[in-house]
Design a protein around this ligand. Sequence first.
Ligand code: KE4
Length: 431
Amino acid sequence: MISHSRSEELFTEALKYIPGGVNSPVRAFRAVGGKPFFVDQAKGARVTDVDGNEYVDYVGTWGPAILGHAHPKIIQAIQRTAERGTSFGIPNPLEVTMAKLICSAVPSVEKVRMCNSGTEATMSAIRLARGFTKRDKIIKFEGCYHGHCDSLLVKAGSGALTFGHPDSLGVPAAFTQHTVVLPFNDLEAVRNALKANLGDVAGIIIEPVPGNAGVYLPKPGYLESLRALTKDDGALLIFDEVMTGFRLALGGAQERFGIKPDLSCFGKIIGGGLPVGAFGGRAEIMDCLAPLGPVYQAGTLSGNPLAMAAGIAALEELALRDGYAQLEESGKQLESGMREAAKASNVPVQFNRIGSMFCSYFTNQPVHSLSDAMHCDRLLFAKFFHGMLAEGIYLAPSQFEAGFLSLAHTGEDIDRTVRAAAKVLAALRAN
Ligand code: KE4
C-alpha cells in the first residue's frame, strides 16, 4: 500500500503558511481531488516523493525538463557558475551566449530580451506591440494561457480554466477593455474582429499549439492565415512559445509550421529548470525597448548567470543530440499505445498529440478548441489520473493541461505507461 503520510504532514503545514498550500494553483490537485504529494528529488523521467514513492513523470515541471530532471550537464553548469556568483545586475558573458543561441535557433528573432518568467515575457511583448504600433487593442483566444498578467487573464486556460474562473477577480474591467477574446481555429471571427477594430489592434497573441486547455492543434492553414491577416492589418503577430519553444522543434512551433511571427515569447526549456523568460523578434520592434527606445521593461535578475548557464546547457544539449527525432518516436509509441488501450476499454478518450506534447481528453468527440474540450468528463479524467498515480505514473493533475515526454523517457517507461492505462481504463469501464 502506497503511503503518503509525510506528504500529508507537509501539506497540512503548508496550508498554514501558503494559500492553498501551493505556490502555483495547478499543483493543488483541486481539479482531480485528493492532496498533492511533495517531491523529495527528481532524476531523468522519474520523480520520488517524500514517502519514497517513485513515479514516471509526464509533467516535467510543466515543460522545462525536456532532457529529463537533473541532467548532469545542466547540474554541472549550475554548480560551476554558482561558484563565481549567482547574480550581478551587471552584464555577463552568458547573456550574450544565450541571446545568440535563441537568435540562431529562431530566425524570426533578430533581437531578444531576457526576463524571469513566461508571464513577464508575454506582458512585455504586449506592451512592446502597443508601443511599436501605437495601438491599444490585443486579440487573444479562449483557452490560451499567457501567464497571469492582467490584460491577458481573460478566458484564460491552465489553472484559471481548471478552477472555472477564466477571468480572475481583482482585474478591473478597465484593464481588459482592450482585450478581444476569440474562439481558436475560427478565421471568420478574426476577420470580423480586425474589421470591427480597424487600425486599433496592436497585436494578436496566440499559443500556436494551445497547451493550456489540454493539447489541440491549429487547423491546416489557420496560422498561415493569421500571418496574412495581421500583415494586411498592421497588427503584430505574437507567438507565445513559452511552452512550444524548443519543445516542438529547436525553432519551436514556428519552425514546425513555417511561420515567421513579429514577436515570440519563450520560457521553461530555455532556463533549464531555473526561473526564466524571454521575448524577441524583429530588430526594428525590439529597438523600441529601453534603454534604446520609449517602451520600458526591466528586471533585477533578468539574464542572471545561473539561469543562463542552465539554459545554455539545455539548449546546447538539445542542438547536439537533435533529440527531436527521438521525442517524435517516443510520442508515436505513446500515442499508438494509448489509442489501443482506449479502444480496447471502450472508454471514450481522444488522444491528441504533437511531438512530445499530448493530452487524453475524456470525450467521444474530437477536440479542436476550448469549447470541444469543455465537453470532457472531468470526473472520469480525475479517476483516470488517480488510477495512473497508483500505478506509479504521474500525469498533469487537470484535464486542461498538457503532458510532456522527455529524452529521458525510455521505450520501457512508455510500455509500462500504456499497460497501466489499459488496466486503469478497463477498471473505469467496469465500474
Ligand atoms: P510562467 O509565468 O508560469 O513562467 O509562464 C506563463 C505561461 C505563458 N505562456 C504559456 C503558453 C504557458 O504555458 C505558461 C505557463 N504554463 C503553465 C502550465 N500550463 C505553468 C504551470 C503553472 O501555472 O504552475
